[in-house]
Ligand binder design. Structure first.
Ligand SMILES: [Zn+2]
Length: 144
């Protein structure tokens, strides 16, 4: 993979899609399906900056669930299927259609956050203070 500065968009899409570290492009971003690693196994990038929150669910809902819902309604109206058949088609379609894109979307959001160095506007100082406090408590627990 190339350096992030050369082609930001492509880098974000690629590392997010493959679930790879947005800095080195080699280490894994996830330890399981949606659980983030604490640090990159290759370059030790600290993932504590990553806070995609409800982003993956929101984007999955907007760009997958709504179009799928229209498809399901269209199938029902066009082919006049029974409710039982519709449930058999719609339930797995909606479930898998909404869950499967969560990981790449989360990867894209985290990679985008790293590449663009984004934090919530106006909260940079608060984040820095919070990080300092966290480090201080970590050192205290290490001493004990
Ligand atoms: Zn890395």
């Amino acid at each position: 993979m190339t350096k992030p500065n050369k082609d930001k968009g492509r880098w974000i899409l690629r590392s997010g899609w493959k679930g790879l570290c947005p800095r080195c492009g080699k280490g894994a971003m996830f330890t399981s399906w949606l659980k983030m690693s604490e640090t990159c196994t290759v370059c030790k990038l600290d993932y504590s900056f990553a806070s995609p929150d409800d982003g993956p669910a929101f984007f999955s809902l907007c760009f997958v669930a709504f179009p799928l819902m229209f498809l399901v309604v269209w199938i029902h109206v066009t082919f006049e299927t029974s409710v039982t058949v519709m449930l058999l088609i719609a339930a797995p379609l909606m479930a898998f259609g909404c869950v499967l894109p969560l990981r790449p979307i989360k990867g894209w959001l985290v990679a985008s956050q790293y590449v663009n160095r984004s934090v919530e506007a106006g909260t940079e100082k608060l984040w820095a203070q919070m990080k300092e406090r966290e480090k201080a408590t970590e050192h205290e627990t290490e001493k004990k």
